[in-house]
Design a protein around this ligand. Structure first.
Ligand SMILES: [Zn+2]
Length: 488
């Protein structure tokens, strides 16, 4: 038996952790039947699933990596972790995912997305944020986004996220009821925001209307499905005034839900905030009590030193979106400074209109490379730090670390297998290095959320991908035709 500590290669014992009670959740892939192990007939005591791997990258506090290991899953929970021989001697399982050439790790956490914007992928590129938003995205959304658009776009996003090993995402878009329904059926875990914005949007007239509709959505979905957390998503401090921001916080606190908001994203926002409020964004949020409750801040590219202290003190979860920040030229977020100051930092893709995909492997790689070249120091951000931001640290940033983010006994079974069959994994000296600097979406072999299989060896078990491709292509055709007519 080999239990190896992280990339450092120090041997230590894996410590079993607390067992939290929980129940398996609803809908998808009740059929978790997989390759049965030789000669074993599942019995009444059989657990749901055993997931094996040549490496089990736990992302637990000790950074333990288990060679030739396995994770035992039952009732939606991780009930045991150890070497494959230990786990197989202790349990009989109804389903089994074999571990040859497989790395097992926690599912990735995409802390900031606008899922349905997959349908606007590539519709307007190479533009500055405010030009892009005001002249392309907002008008296109008012014209084209309805419940059907959101359903198809979110299904497309869920397909892509499952393909790439993302198991939890924090979404901000319109028609949150529809987003939640898609998440419920595709089997992922998500924070689904009711967007609050003070302009006519696809699903509301103004800020007050969007708060009212948001409250109805939250009431409808709170405590309904353990995978789905309804939250408020006030857009930003340049699309809402101080009173509206305060009203959103009050509504979120009354409903007992977190907030996700764009925060200190661009030079435009910095200037706007100073001119309108006489202070920068995070100072404003602090001064009006907006941070008095769980807050997820997307981007945070331009915080001052003082604001970084506020983020750490208030335990704001900062979501770094390197691709979007680079593509829109928003700037380089001082991620290493924030981490040093104790800020909780996760990673996100932002929407597919500013990325243009939902590939968390690419975000990990870019997060590391961008900090290195910004600081002109290759040691400033390690592969382990980045992998942590996409898993355990990301879970902490969004307030879900008691449920997911690591392979630990008692956590929900959100687990992926990454294949290292592909040539770019040869040779494998350091598995953590490969996960950050080599792996991509196509290397993910299986995805399990809440103990239910969503993808097995590249086969999608909860999404009719042919139908989604057909519907997305047809809808995009209508958008393209309308845009061509408008631009004539
Ligand atoms: Zn965004």
């Amino acid at each position: 038996m080999t239990i190896k500590k992280g990339a450092a290669g120090v041997f230590s014992l894996l410590i079993s952790l607390i067992v939290i009670m929980g129940t398996g959740a609803c809908s998808p892939a009740e059929d978790s039947s997989t390759t049965s192990s030789e000669g074993q007939v599942p019995d009444a005591d059989a657990i749901d699933l055993i997931i094996e791997g040549e490496y089990i990258v736990t992302m637990d506090e000790g950074g333990n990596v288990i060679r030739d290991g396995a994770v035992a899953v039952d009732g939606g929970l991780i009930i045991d972790i150890g070497t494959a021989s230990e786990i197989n001697s202790r349990y009989n399982a109804k389903g089994r995912l074999p571990g040859e050439n497989r790395i097992v790790m926690p599912g990735l956490i995409n802390g900031h997305s606008h899922a349905a914007m997959t349908l606007l992928r590539g519709v307007a590129d190479d533009l500055a944020l405010m030009d892009w938003l005001n002249n392309y995205i907002f008008p296109a959304e008012v014209e084209f986004v309805d419940a059907e658009f959101v359903r198809i776009g979110t299904e497309l996003a869920c397909w892509e996220m499952i393909r790439g090993g993302t198991t939890t995402f924090v979404d901000m878009y319109y028609y949150p009821d529809v987003v939640a329904q898609v998440v419920e059926s595709c089997g992922l875990r998500a924070f689904v925001s009711a967007t609050v914005i003070d302009q006519r949007s696809p699903d509301a007239e103004d800020a007050a209307d969007s708060i009212e509709k948001g409250l109805a959505f939250i009431k409808n979905w709170k405590d309904r499905n353990n995978r789905i957390t309804p939250i408020f998503g006030p857009h930003a401090n340049y699309t809402l005034n101080a009173e509206q921001l305060k009203a959103t916080r009050a509504a979120a606190n009354d409903a007992g839900v977190p907030i996700s908001i764009h925060m200190s994203e661009s030079p435009f926002e910095l200037e706007y905030s100073k001119q309108t409020f006489g202070m920068t964004s995070i100072e404003l949020f602090e001064s009006i009590g907006f941070l008095d409750g769980p807050t997820i801040g997307a981007h945070v590219v331009w915080p001052t030193e003082e604001e970084i202290k506020i983020l750490a003190d208030r335990r704001v979860g900062v979501i770094h979106n390197p691709t979007s920040n680079m593509k829109i030229a928003s700037g380089i977020s001082p991620v290493t400074d924030m981490l040093r100051a104790g800020v909780l930092v996760g990673l996100g893709t932002d929407g597919a209109a500013s990325n243009n995909d939902l590939d968390m492997w690419e975000e990990m790689r870019l997060a590391a490379l961008l900090q290195k070249v910004d600081k002109m120091d290759p040691e400033v951000m390690s592969a382990t730090t980045v992998l942590n931001m996409a898993t355990s640290g990301g879970a902490e940033a969004i307030g879900l670390r008691d449920k997911v983010g690591a392979l630990e006994i008692g956590l929900r079974a959100d687990i992926i297998q990454v294949s290292f069959d592909d040539v770019h994994f040869v040779p494998t000296y350091d598995v953590i290095s490969h996960l950050v600097y080599v792996a991509d979406e196509q290397d993910v072999a299986s995805v399990t959320v809440d103990g239910k299989l969503l993808m097995r060896e590249g086969e999608f078990l909860t999404i009719d991908t042919n139908r989604v491709r057909r519907e997305a292509t047809a809808l995009a055709g209508r958008i393209q035709a309308a845009l061509a007519e408008r631009n004539q």
